[in-house]
Design a protein around this ligand. Structure first.
Ligand code: GDP
Ligand code: GDP
Ligand code: MG
Length: 329
């Protein structure tokens, strides 16, 4: 039982970030995880109907049908080989196997490397309303606390109010801002913003964009142009192109990711609004169906609710009630 043994051995010292995970995932625990608990209580022994119910719970949790089917095959195999008979004994195997989905295969790291010779440019893409601008603000604030000199660049010149929104955030957070009026070519804003950032010796430049998936060809050209402009000013940048996805949109988010992968070269995912979903399984679908690392997650509206993604804290935050019960019983 790789996962839980590790946690049991750990001093369950409650670092602040773990508490934020626990709190942010409480909706999912109350729904998805409590259904798993209820399933365990309902069946005395493992039978076909138990597997059918389990499969349905996992699919409802946004893990993704294909991923769930593969998972079920592995689980059934373990039940056979290890001669597991009681749903209580299977509970931990389920969590263990869910953990394995994320950690097996290609290693996905959440770490972002910041360079010191030139500004690191992070480009944020994603459809309207997913949380790009607020994520940029939260991240800017965190990086500022680390002592970095931050510039925000308003590359969303399409949506009404987007430039002003980012500017307001920059003032609230206390970092610098570069933008022009709405409607201008975003590549020209990015050109001037990144040039300024390089000249003035900023450490990190966070670039907001408008993600109009309705017009894929146009978006592709726009992002190509933005990329060309950035790498022309600072070779090797942008270091990261982060796709922001709203966790409450479930499988729709997965198809957004697939569309954006066709349009531009993504390096990672920021998964927002996990606090607003009762499903919680989408992280696993992203790993299996998109294959990109989740770098940050949003667990609420406050600044500290943006957390570096950590699969162990995530699985613990989701399933901790199942561990707790094991200790008492
Ligand atoms: P954009 O259109 O992609 O730039 O999205 P915005 O940054 O304007 O965010 C849209 C809404 O999502 C705002 O009301 C944010 O406060 C909200 N939001 C963003 N991240 C989170 C999160 O992690 N949790 C919650 N509950 N709300 C979030
Ligand atoms: P094109 O517009 O498709 O030909 O793409 P380019 O790569 O030539 O330029 C992209 C955008 O960056 C342009 O729309 C310009 O607004 C901007 N740009 C490129 N070079 C310069 C420059 O030397 N100065 C300024 N201010 N903007 C530039
Ligand atoms: Mg925005």
């Amino acid at each position: 039982m790789r996962f839980f043994d590790k946690w049991r051995k750990k001093e369950t010292k409650k670092e602040e970030s773990l508490q934020i995970y626990e709190k942010g995932l409480s909706k999912s625990r109350g729904s998805f995880v409590s259904k798993l608990q209820e399933l365990t209580n309902r069946y005395k022994k493992i039978e076909d109907a138990y597997f059918d119910d389990l499969e349905e719970i996992l699919i409802m949790a946004d893990i993704g049908v294909d991923t769930v089917l593969r998972f079920m095959d592995r689980l059934k195999k373990r039940v056979r080989e290890e001669k597991i008979e009681s749903p209580i004994d299977l509970k931990e195997v389920i969590v263990d196997e869910l953990f394995v989905i994320y950690v097996s295969g290609e290693v996905l790291t959440s770490k972002i490397t910041y360079r010191d010779d030139n500004p690191t440019v992070l480009l944020f893409v994603g459809v309207n309303g997913v949380g790009k601008t607020t994520t940029i603000a939260k991240l800017a604030s965190r990086l500022k606390k680390e002592g970095k000199k931050i510039l925000l660049v308003a590359g969303d010149t399409f949506r009404a109010g987007a430039v002003a929104q980012l500017k307001n955030w920059s003032e609230k957070v206390g970092v610098d801002f570069y933008g022009k009026e709405e409607g201008v070519d975003p590549a020209s804003v990015v050109f001037d913003g990144v040039s300024l950032g390089k000249k003035e010796g900023y450490d990190v430049i966070l670039v907001d964009t408008a993600g109009r998936l309705q017009n894929k060809d146009h978006l592709m050209r726009e992002l190509e142009k933005i990329n060309r402009v950035i790498s022309g000013i600072i070779e090797g940048e942008p270091s990261e192109t982060l796709l922001v996805l709203d966790a409450t949109t479930g499988q729709n988010g997965i198809s957004q990711a697939k569309s954006f992968q066709e349009i531009t070269n993504l390096t990672g995912i920021v998964l927002t609004k996990l606090d607003g979903t009762a499903k919680g399984g989408i992280v696993l679908a992203i790993k299996e169906e998109v294959g990109l690392p989740v770098k940050y997650i949003g667990l609420g509206e406050k600044e500290e609710d943006l957390q570096v993604f950590d699969i162990e804290k995530y699985i613990y935050g989701l399933f901790k009630d199942l561990i707790g019960e094991e200790k008492n019983g």
